[in-house]
Design a binder for this molecule. Structure first.
Ligand code: ZN
Length: 214
């Protein structure tokens, strides 16, 4: 089972990707995580990525697609994968299909988590991360037990750097302009499933399982 998760920032893609990983044994492919990992390990791709990021440029599609192709190859013998945060543009979706063809596999389902912008903004503004151990919390959906201290190590939690009001508005706007066409692309292929994402995480998870027929 190969799945793509779509939805504006704050729609819960990361949470549901983790759920699918645990429940169905799918491997998660998150381009943001892949890039960070490669930079940390200082691989060839990681070094190239870092150059772009240091210049403030977007990482070119070619690099992202190489990463993804690599990951899909590694996972061919597993039970499938879930892509979170990719494709973000129509061109990326088309290129992704070419990779699938090349590797003799295909996408089974694109799931769009539908949520109002107001709710998404609230969730994003509530996101907290522990700078010490990396644990995530959310004032809206998963609040820390003690004020804004980490449940695990007790350090003070901070907001994610890209979760301030202006960048959130920009990221939602970018989704509308660039990623919305990706939804239509999968709709035409008969692969798009729209799920109401405005509910508790486990309710949304059950909805996903039901459309996947698992
Ligand atoms: Zn911590």
């Amino acid at each position: 089972m190969n799945v793509v998760l779509l939805g504006i920032p704050g729609s819960g893609k990361g949470t549901q990707a983790d759920f699918l990983k645990n429940r169905l044994g799918l491997r998660t492919i998150n381009t943001g995580d892949l890039l960070r990992e490669a930079m940390k390990k200082k691989t060839e791709l990681g070094k190239r990525t870092k150059e772009f990021m240091e210049k403030g440029d977007l990482v070119p599609d070619k690099i992202l697609l190489d990463f993804i192709e690599e990951k899909i190859k590694e996972q061919k013998r597993s039970s499938g994968f879930v892509l979170d945060g990719f494709p973000r543009t129509l061109k990326q979706a088309e290129d992704l299909d070419l990779i699938f063809q090349k590797l003799g596999t295909e996408l089974d389902c694109a799931i769009k988590l539908d949520i109002s912008e107001k709710r998404a903004r609230k969730r994003l503004e509530g996101r907290l991360v522990c700078p010490f151990c990396g644990a995530f919390f959310n004032l809206e959906t998963n609040p820390p037990k003690d004020d804004i201290l980490c449940d695990i190590c007790g350090n003070k939690l901070v907001r994610r750097f890209d979760d301030n009001k202006e960048t959130i508005a920009t990221r939602i706007q970018v989704y509308r302009e660039k990623t919305k066409p990706v939804e239509n692309y999968y709709k035409k292929q008969g692969k798009l499933e729209i799920i109401n994402g405005d509910a508790e995480a486990d309710v949304v998870s059950r909805r996903i399982i039901s459309v996947l027929g698992k």
